[in-house]
Write a protein that binds this ligand. Sequence first.
Ligand code: ZN
Length: 252
Amino acid sequence: MIQIDRLPAFNDNYLWGLYEGQSAWVVDPGDAEVVQTWLTQKNLVLNGILLTHHHNDHTGGVEALVDKNPMVEVIGSKQALKGVSAPVSDGDTIDLLSRRFRVMEVPGHTLDHVAFFSADPSPILFCGDTVFLGGCGRMFEGTPEQFQSSLDRIAQLPPETMLYCAHEYTQANMEFACRMLPDNQAASERLKDVISLRENNVPTVPDSLERELHCNPFFRLNDPSLMNQIEADETVSMPERFARVRQAKDNA
Ligand SMILES: [Zn+2]
């Protein structure tokens, strides 16, 4: 069975280290040293790298890791990611250690963004900067249509799917979520939990998709109390509702 380790990097990034026996993979190695230290401590051999998108805090360590571990395979979007040896696109499958992953193209934060989903033995998703707990990534390159439809696809995954996001942004996101969803008890309880976890420096990631569906405003664009906050009625399209919530968060 694959073990997944959280490797904190920079201020608030999480790199994800996967291993089984002595074989390891890493997701979004922004910092090679963090990964190399983990490999040494656990006596692991790096077999490969998964990249969700091109931003430097997700890819900055690739070159150094490939130099040190020449057999490493680098898997990422087919769209011009520097250093990718195995480009993938939507629906491709990747056999990685004892799991099978399916590639989902989820443009919005960037155009090249992909997520990696694996159903067995328990559903997990490496979602990079597309979904954060209580929020989503900034819309740097995509359109509201693209981003909203990417989130919609993620919402269709099994609710018990654990979301392995790339940043610890949950507290700020849940503060915003509570403003967007003022009557949502799940949101206010979660914010309390998150505050006390963070006071004790405990990570909040990963968490389940089910929880997001209840209290992440970007998954609740049909919620009357959220629609009220963004002054939207039924005639306002889902991408437009997404755009208004995203804008409100950008200005928060
Ligand atoms: Zn990013």
